[in-house]
Design a protein around this ligand. Sequence first.
Ligand code: PAF
Length: 284
Amino acid sequence: MTTVIDSLASLRDTVTTWKRNGERVAFVPTMGNLHAGHFSLVRLAREHADRVVASVFVNPTQFGPNEDFSRYPRTPSQDIEGLREAGCDLLWLPDVPTMYPYGASQAVRVQVPGVTDILEGAHRPGHFDGVATVVARLFLQVQPDVAVFGRKDYQQLAVIRYLVRDLAFPIDIVAAPTVREPDGLAMSSRNQYLSDTERPVAARIHAVLQAMRSAVQGGGAIGQAEAAAAEALTVDGFEVDYAAIRRRDLQPAGPGDHELVALVAAKLGRTRLIDNLEFDRSAS
Ligand code: PAF
């Protein structure tokens, strides 16, 4: 059974009781409209703990002025049913005043330097400040022993790792593999915005990431692979924000770097999609 809690006092009582009984608590933060990708995070969380808490909170501080905060899909009953089936014990459902008692614009903010300015951060100014701010609050509210984040949001994971290390949160971060549709499209709540004609085209992102990997593993220059990827996506009808190959810490890769990640962000119609692929330059 999944207990739904919207008061901070009840959340604290429940988690404190579990911990007093020696139970380990895992946490899966989400913005709701849950799909198979989220449920895989819950199942992975279950493997790391005795109790699993998920949160659903559509966080206003991580949306830019022209982004989709108000039309972000909210599907609470469907989410609760899916969480129950995936084995979640508690759903934390804070409202905006609980999360931001002084209001979102007057909130104490958490800013992670460096990794937040590049790639997604360069295209969505302030986005990662909003993510770091809400995740720090969620960690303080839930006080989990372990938290699970998807690898699909690769840069977000890097931001969270930095936050946890720098603020010494006593929380282990577990990275979960990306769940894909049969044609390779990474699962995302935003996929439902795609029209019937856009949906098959969206899967090209994964194919292009694989082509980037093959080009570099075959000895091609990173710059050329990035340019070819941007060109291929543009021909397919995407408006490309970036197609980049970086070191795993998201810094530019030199010739001696082998552990790499290819990342793409591109818009198809009104839908902005991101995906990535980690690879080893010397493997093939
Ligand atoms: O990945 C998400 O869904 C959100 O960015 C998160 C981590 C729940 C913070 O709002």
